[in-house]
Design a protein around this ligand. Structure first.
Ligand SMILES: Cc1ncc(COP(=O)(O)O)c(C=O)c1O
Length: 362
């Protein structure tokens, strides 16, 4: 059986290293916003060459706190890619803002910057890009649009730990870079976790307040906040795993290059270009017979996944908001995409086997 992900196997090496650290951490008796979180914030911001990092409860909260800190009028519009994971749009709605969906590029699956301008209105305040599957969006034209229309730029980096565009890390282009450390992510922890990267000190301060009841000084509440803190246990583990993020990403990039070479061209494969350092949180191929291909592989003991079977604008919870709107490219991606095994625990041999078997699918 070639598994899609097995976190026990993926984390075995890191858990062995964590055992010692865990003993120290648990006997110290400081479990919330203490040394481990502070260390992780320093380590992660220096890894990304970023100014400030605040650990928060999860990726959804990283997005919510970033949008909240902008203090936008309630009917402000936020541009988001139509084919993102549901959480990105949920964050916009949770802040009382209006998500305005933009089609992705057919090949990269990332937001198509040429479509953004068509959706800008007087109420647009933010472009919220998502570096989907571990590939950074085409940032230069997007930054230009933000400057021209005076818009905030927020990056959803939940799938892009260590990904780069022109040598600059995902999360460092915009006003905020929002990360999730959900266990399956390239930098995943042992439960929920997240972080916000901010460019300006004032924004960093406001995220630190928002995550902790609106307070920086104990028992003084300056603004109406949340409880969304990265906990010490997760930070202790992340401090260890972060040291291996380059290795994890190199492994996944190597597996992706094997797929790219071996899989035949009947599949639409991920685009790779010189300016982009992709970290392949997901390796997806596209086929009009996707469901049959998935079944074919499963019958041959190869487990795959779909990111995502149903687009956010068709989810029962929110579909009424997007009635009569059409997203043909996004629909096509959702109908045809299939994610092949590319975990840190998958081997070169497994990926070669998956490619050979997939190539036999007619
Ligand atoms: C693109 C994207 N945004 C946001 C999130 C939310 O992260 P979390 O599950 O940590 O809240 C995810 C999580 O999978 C994601 O993939």
């Amino acid at each position: 059986m070639i598994e899609y992900e097995n976190l026990k196997k993926t984390n075995k090496f890191f858990l062995n290293k964590f055992k010692q650290e865990y003993k120290k951490f648990s006997s110290r008796g400081q479990y919330v916003l203490s040394e481990k979180v502070l260390n992780f914030e320093k380590n992660f911001s220096s890894f990304l060459n970023a100014s400030f990092c605040s650990g928060v409860g999860n990726g959804l909260d990283a997005l919510i706190l970033s949008l909240e800190s902008l203090k936008l009028p309630k009917d402000s519009e936020v541009i988001v890619p139509a084919n993102t994971y549901y959480a990105t749009i949920l964050a916009v709605l949770r802040c009382g803002l209006k998500p305005v969906l933009v089609e992705p590029d057919y090949y990269t699956c990332n937001i198509d910057y040429k479509e953004i301008v068509k959706k800008i209105t007087k109420k647009t305040r933010v472009i919220l890009v998502v570096h989907l599957y571990g590939k950074v969006c085409e940032m230069e034209p997007i930054i230009e649009i933000c400057k021209e229309y005076k818009l905030y730029l927020v990056e959803d980096c939940a799938q892009a730990h260590g990904a780069k565009y022109r040598n600059k890390f995902a999360g460092t282009f915009g006003d905020f870079g929002c990360f999730s450390f959900y266990p399956t992510k390239n930098l995943g922890c042992l439960g929920d976790g997240g972080a916000v990267i901010s460019k300006k000190k004032i924004d960093y301060r406001s995220i630190k307040m928002l995550r902790n009841y609106g307070s920086i000084e104990r028992y003084k509440n300056e603004i109406v906040g949340f409880n969304s803190r990265l906990d010490e246990f997760q930070a202790a583990f992340l401090n260890i795993k972060l040291k291996y993020l380059n290795k994890i990403n190199a492994h996944k990039r190597n597996l992706a290059s094997i797929y790219n070479k071996k899989l035949n061209n009947r599949f639409v494969k991920p685009v790779t270009k010189k300016d982009y350092f992709d970290v392949f949180y997901i390796y997806n191929v596209r086929s009009h017979k996707r469901d049959k291909l998935q079944k074919f592989l499963r019958e041959r003991k190869i487990i795959t996944d779909i990111h995502y079977p149903l687009p956010p604008y068709k989810q029962n919870a929110i579909k009424a908001l997007f009635e009569n709107q059409k997203f043909p490219i996004s629909d096509e991606i959702h109908k045809t995409t299939l994610s092949l095994p590319i975990s840190y625990m998958n081997t070169e041999k497994e990926v070669e086997k998956v490619s050979d078997i997939a190539n036999k699918f007619i």
